[in-house]
Design a protein around this ligand. Sequence first.
Ligand code: GAL
Length: 686
Amino acid sequence: MSELKNNIKLFGGALLHGADYNPEQWLHMPDVLDEDIALMKKSNCNVMAINIFGWSSIEPREGVYHFEDLDRVINKLYENDIKIILATPTGARPNWLSKKYIETNRVTETGLRCKSGLRHNHCYTSPIFREKARCIVEKLATRYKKHPGIILWHISNEFEGECHCPLCQEAFRNWLREKYDHDINKLNIAWWTKFWSHTYVDFDEIESPSSIGEYWVHGQNIDWKRFVTYQTIDYMKEEIKIIREITPHIPITTNTHDYVHLGRGINYWELMKHIDIVSWDNYPKWHNNTIENWASAAQSGFIHDINRALKGGQPYLMMESSPSATNWHPVAKLLRPGMQNLAGIQAIAHGSNSVQYFQWRKSLGSFEKFHGAVVDHYSSDQTRVFKEVTKLGEALSKMGELSNTRVKAKVALIYDWENFWGIDDSIAPNADKKAYFETCVEHYKQFWKRGISVDVISMDVALEAYDMVIAPMLYMVKDGVGKRIETFCENGGVFLTTYWSGIVDENDLCFRTGRPGPLRNVLGIWSEEIDALYEGEQNHIKMLTTNERYQTTLFCDLVHLEGAQALAVYEEDFYSGRPSLTRNVYGKGYAYYICSRNETRFFDDFYEDLLTQHGVKGALKNVLPKGVTVSKRSNQEKDYYIIQNYTDCEQVVILDEGTYASVFGVETHCGNLTLSPYGYCVLKKK
Ligand code: GAL
């Protein structure tokens, strides 16, 4: 499906505003549907995602289908101009299915067959599960194929997890047979199985990693994770095939997780190859006492930027977010006045074309009865949350022109799933302090606070479109990646990486060419050893140009210069005087290497210099106040500036010269712009 078709069908010049809606929970209270529709209109909602967990309502018993209630909901929404995102209900199994067909229930890594219950926990290999899922998806698609209200398919819900049943074990072995050309020796070499005498004689001997079996063969672990991604997609493709056959005119999404699963589970770069529109579920811990609000915003911005990059920058959807407290957070904090609107606008600022919530209406019972919702148990339009949602809906209705714009980033940051898996498994140098995700976010913050757009990409993405590529802890360097980085620098690109990079290949086998392996040439260094520091222990580095000193902790890489120049040196220990920050001129470009984990002040100063030197600019020229950021979305005619204040006090932003026309939040403006606490505004310029 072409990007253009998607855009027109889905957005038609408007931004989406809505929620997950579960009317099936309220069928015994028939008045609720009418009340909901009235409240949806009132709150300026124009889209609802329905049927996400509706399987047992439309197929209450095996082969018995009841669509009347869903018909009524779909028709009512349509008659009231509320667009419909229709889910295949396969995110949770009905009890009749998991009771009768035990094989559809997952088996844990220790071999225990799970019982009926919960969700997102089916065996995706099970032929019976696949058959039952195909049946319900086919019925659904056939019934609603001509319905004009349906703008998007929502496949299942948050694919996650793994199953270790005999069917999955066999599928894993078959996947390995294919991968290793049916040659067990190839596998033994790739997995380094002579270690502890674990050589396999036949593929039949192989099992999935298990805490009561094998879990320290890193090549095996990483192949298992690849297989889990493959098998989940293989299942998803069965649903997609039916939908594409019956409703080729309706685009498809599947919603992905927030930071809790990011990098740890299914590789979203693979998953998203098969769908049309990316969507994700965003649950930041706003107003947290251990992390400043702006830092939460940066973390959330990082994930937005992955989702935007997953389909090359085309608009995506924020399918879920809490309009109030998130019940599963350890502290279910209320959003301070203004924060709900700001968090929604953040999605738009990063390139989403929707602000959607979980959930429309709070359920009366079970696990999510205290989760934030637009409509509370007492269904009043007078609640603070309802009023805030209404206000944002009104604002979004005035920003329709943004739906046809894009965020265009000239900087990329590599955050890679397979790299994550490899780093996670590595048993040194500071096993519990690796913090790959947090380290990437730490670098990303430097761009966020300067209002510089970043695409967060995998190591497989082409680099030509970027001026600067940041790749913290690029531990695994897959075949060809080193060469692509060399070409990028040769052509004038600026590349930056850090300690714990260029260590293993894609089988998680260490390079024999001297660290940082395929990056050694472009970086012009050889890393001989890496020291690990205890928590609380520190070293210092000194910048050679400014003599400025910075504290360094946890990781200290000891490198030799092979053409690169030292920009800083260590100050203490036996490696005092050795390089701690290097720069190599490579072709028309540069390659930087940060040897140690440094304090934030280093990042602030270093990036200020780096970005100035290489001419990387933010959306506005002037320095932004702490906690404020600006994102730019553009089309051929105009640039749109979405200016956001994540602090609880007023902030003043200095606009560039010239007059900015108003889209929302302030009148036509020039010069200084005052933002209220948690305030935002949207301006445009030719
Ligand atoms: C999401 C899920 C929703 C809901 C929500 C609560 O992960 O897709 O169904 O459970 O979390 O925060």
